[in-house]
Design a protein around this ligand. Structure first.
Ligand code: AMP
Ligand code: ZN
Length: 134
């Protein structure tokens, strides 16, 4: 019996539209064709220093998969998100940020301030944060 045809970029365990995008900056960083300072990597997530830090510590936790934003997540992404937030918590603890506190945020779309359409969660620490954000 032949396998059912899958939409472009889809795999049996991957929703359609998540193939690496050669135009995507963060897909290129994940692939290693654009350099970045990696502070963590595992099979689902990588973390890099932000090129324009907005706090003494500013790290981006990226899905390896090309997921355009948090608006595209599904319940099947739970393990990846647990991995991402677990890696961020471990990183923050190792950097000595946990006691004072820090912020994690993900921007979605134009009004959310998203400039790179590949899922990433910012970890900002080392200074006091104001609320609400601008
Ligand atoms: P956002 O605006 O929420 O989509 O976040 C994108 C982030 O990516 C910004 O904080 C940028 O400073 C950061 N950024 C852009 N290009 C690079 C790069 N080549 N390496 C690391 N961070 C980058
Ligand atoms: Zn991408």
């Amino acid at each position: 019996m032949t396998e059912p045809e899958l939409p472009d970029g889809a795999a049996p365990d991957r929703p359609p539209g998540r193939a690496p995008d050669p135009e995507c900056l963060f897909c290129r960083i994940v692939a290693g064709t654009i350099p970045a300072t990696r502070v963590h990597e595992d099979e689902a997530v990588i973390a890099i220093r932000d090129i324009a830090p907005r706090a003494p510590t500013h790290v981006l936790f990226l899905s390896r998969e090309h997921i355009p934003s948090a608006a595209d997540l599904t319940p099947a992404d739970g393990p990846m998100l647990g991995d991402l937030f677990g890696a961020a918590a471990a990183f923050a603890r190792a950097e000595g940020l946990t006691e004072a506190g820090y912020r994690m945020v993900t921007n979605i779309g134009a009004w959310g301030g998203q400039t790179v359409a590949h899922l990433h969660v910012h970890l900002l620490g080392g200074r006091s944060m104001s609320w609400p954000p601008g």
